[in-house]
Design a protein around this ligand. Structure first.
Ligand code: R5P
Length: 292
């Protein structure tokens, strides 16, 4: 049971940060190329994104639902705003004629066979992200992990490289197995990631105080999905996250492990871009599932 967050009122979550001149929080003073890449990922009409995360193989191998990305994920491409994947999958399986923006996993190292996952390095040159016409790159940041300092420096090196070429970096809060996942931890991790230069942050939803996580982070936050939940629960979590200030989602298993991934991504889209309530979104999911 997460500890009740008593510090909420100091974050003024009901007074959203101003976004003068550009619709994305904290992004108005970035250069044109960076803004243009962000605008490919975050829909200008809603200011939000449905990123489909399929990078899990970088440390887990063929994760359930991703055994054959050509069969399970390529048909979903049309329904996402952006794909988050590794460069290996991009080059081998993603059709180069897709118009969808690609955000590339740029860290790696230990596999799931290892106890300490924070022992990561940067796993891709920014030159290659440019060559691949990436709209962004993503990297784990292990605040509180055994290799915290290296992991933070991996991100700052990537941010410096991204700034040279106009490619935004998504910093991802990676939580150690034994750490408490509460608003206090995510405020700390998200804020450190933003302070050290990431253009947006991916983090997990928490029931208590998620609005303080988004309010105290000066750049957009996208919600990671986590383990597979029942569809209504996943839709509710996505709804709560965007209502509490997230600029969308970067979800994987709750879409591609659903019994009806096409129906699920359509329902997530409606929640994120049209503020559809969870019950209505679930009805949409159910009707599309039946048709499909
Ligand atoms: C991130 O750190 C992972 O590699 C995935 O991108 C992330 O966990 C999102 O996928 P899921 O929604 O399955 O948790």
């Amino acid at each position: 049971m997460p500890e009740v967050d008593k510090e909420g009122e100091r974050y003024a979550a009901d007074r959203p940060q101003q976004t003068p001149g550009f619709y994305l929080k904290g992004s108005h003073q970035l250069d044109w190329g960076m803004k243009n890449r962000l605008a490919r990922v975050f829909a200008p009409a809603s200011g939000r994104t449905v990123m489909l995360a399929v990078d899990h193989g970088y440390f887990q191998g063929p994760t359930t639902g991703l055994e054959r990305i050509d069969l399970s994920i390529v048909p979903l491409l049309q329904s996402c705003d952006a794909l988050f994947c590794t460069r290996g999958i991009l080059r081998s399986l993603i059709p180069a004629d897709t118009g969808k923006p690609m955000v590339l996993r740029a860290s790696g190292g230990p596999s799931i066979l290892r106890e300490e996952l924070s022992d990561e390095e940067i796993a891709m040159d920014m030159d290659d992200a440019v060559r691949l016409n990436a709209a962004g790159v993503g990297i784990q940041v292990f605040i509180g992990g055994d290799f915290e300092t290296r992991s933070v420096h991996n991100m700052t090196k990537l941010v410096d490289a991204g700034l040279r070429v106009g490619i935004p970096v998504m910093g991802i809060t990676a939580v150690g197995k034994n750490m408490v996942r509460d608003a206090k931890y995510f405020r700390l991790a998200c804020r450190i990631i933003a302070e050290l230069g990431a253009q947006y942050v991916k983090t997990y939803y928490v029931e208590d105080g998620f609005d303080t996580v988004t309010a105290s982070c000066p750049v957009p936050i996208v919600m990671a999905g986590g383990k597979k939940l029942a569809e209504l629960d996943a839709l509710t979590m996505a709804y709560n996250a965007v209502q509490q200030g997230a600029a969308g989602v970067d979800m994987g298993r709750n879409i591609f492990q659903s019994a009806a991934p096409q129906a699920m991504i359509a329902a997530i889209n409606a929640v994120v871009h049209k503020n559809l309530k969870p019950k209505e979104a679930y009805e949409l999911f159910s009707s599309l599932k039946t048709k499909g």
